[in-house]
Ligand binder design. Structure first.
Ligand SMILES: C[S@@+](CC[C@H](N)C(=O)[O-])C[C@H]1O[C@@H](n2cnc3c(N)ncnc32)[C@H](O)[C@@H]1O
Ligand SMILES: [Zn+2]
Length: 374
């Protein structure tokens, strides 16, 4: 294998040389490394610092970059695992070059997590984490971090695959990124509840081609019951832009108050908060001094998550404006005008045109038509 040096966070490490002419160079290398996940790794290192974590398992290490960064930047004991021998030899080489005290193992992640427990477990597989979550929860003491890159099943583009993997029905619409994140979080909550464990989201976001969860796992039937009460459905009208949500195990029946059509349930999914604001404020305070290459982007993401309302769906500003045939004022003015009318309203991290509000559609239309009435 031919190696080249890469740099991320405060770490210089070896990655396999890739052929940039290939359509997806990370997938063509003998050991996987995707530079587009840098921001997700930055977020994980800073949340690990903010919590702080005390023992971290990178269960699917590849080059080992995540675990190596935690070892170097957080100074806590780290184990890095991968079942691929080529990945393991690269992790060992990186560990030795960097002189970091990291345990390296070469097990199947499910086997490792069935035998041992780590305070913090990070699952970063190719595609869906669903086949690893049962063992990850059994092998996790306090904090569970999860990546999913199978956004097509999660977001409804491959609806049957989403039903098979997550036993949830998604809808491929303008807020599918949020649906996918909440279906994944809901799946984790249901997997945890089987072991009388509850889930508290700390910093969960969706971006580009992936979802990333950072959650706290609690013990006891009462905390599992609390998580189960956060499960529910988003209900979408099939013919207009009306949507609402309801908690509960069963999807409620209902009709669109605007056009009378039966509402389509999306879920089951997590309807509760996606963030722990205290933890996120601590992450936010760590960003400016991080010196990270992408710190401005990370700050923007953290601020957007901090400002986001705890409503399990959003509207797309352009889509709503088109629907009402209005040419809207800038998005910030729409939000101010909703707030001025006494409604809760915020932007959301899912896109630059996402709006969250508890306002009825009639009030949203008035806010979007604001310019024309001035
Ligand atoms: C997406 S890569 C991990 C990327 C890495 N965490 C990073 O941030 O660059 C997924 C890795 O999981 C490993 N893997 C896949 N299935 C596994 C399993 N069942 N047990 C352990 N490792 C596995 C693969 O060999 C691959 O190196
Ligand atoms: Zn309708």
């Amino acid at each position: 294998m031919e190696y080249v040096w890469a740099e991320e966070g405060n770490l210089k490490f070896l990655i396999p040389a890739t052929d940039p002419a290939l359509p997806f160079p990370p997938g063509s290398a003998p050991v996987f490394f995707n530079p587009r996940m840098e921001l997700a790794r930055d977020a994980t290192v800073l949340i690990a610092k903010a919590l702080p974590v005390s023992r971290y398992l990178d269960a699917m290490g590849a080059t080992g970059v995540r675990g190596l960064r935690i070892a170097k930047e957080c100074g806590v004991p780290v184990a890095i695992n991968d079942r691929d021998p080529e990945a393991v030899s690269l992790v060992l080489r990186n560990r030795d070059v960097l002189g970091l005290p990291v345990e390296v193992t070469s097990s199947d992640a499910n086997a490792l997590l069935s035998e041992r427990t780590f305070e913090t477990v990070d699952i970063d597989p190719f595609g869906s984490p669903a086949p690893f979550l049962d063992s990850a929860i059994r092998g996790c003491g306090r904090f569970l971090f999860v990546t999913a890159t199978d956004t097509a099943p999660l977001c409804g583009a491959h609806r049957n695959a989403g039903i098979r993997r997550y036993f949830a029905s998604a809808m491929n619409n303008e807020y599918h990124a949020e649906t996918g994140l909440r279906i994944l979080l809901g799946f984790v909550a249901r997997e945890a509840a089987r072991y009388d464990r509850g889930v508290e989201p700390l910093f969960c976001f969706s971006r580009e081609h992936y979802c990333r969860l950072h959650v706290r796992l609690l013990r006891g039937a009462a905390s599992a019951d609390r998580s189960c009460r956060a499960m529910g459905y988003v209900l979408q009208c099939p013919s207009c832009i009306y949507r609402t949500h309801a908690a509960g195990v069963l999807p409620p029946q209902g009709e669109c108050p605007y056009c009378g059509k039966p509402l389509v349930p999306i879920g089951p999914l997590w309807t509760g908060p996606l963030q722990d604001r205290d933890v996120l404020v601590r992450v936010s305070e760590l960003v400016p001094g991080s010196g990270y290459r992408l710190s401005a982007r990370l700050q923007k993401l953290v601020d957007a998550c901090l400002g986001e309302l705890d409503i399990p769906f959003h509207y797309d500003y352009h889509r709503v404006a088109r629907y009402f045939r209005v040419s809207p004022p800038p998005i910030e003015r729409v939000i101010d005008s909703l707030r001025g009318c006494g409604y809760a309203a915020s932007r959301a991290h899912f896109s630059g045109t996402a709006i969250k509000t508890d306002a009825p559609l009639s009030a949203l239309r008035d806010a979007l038509a604001g310019d024309r009435r001035d």
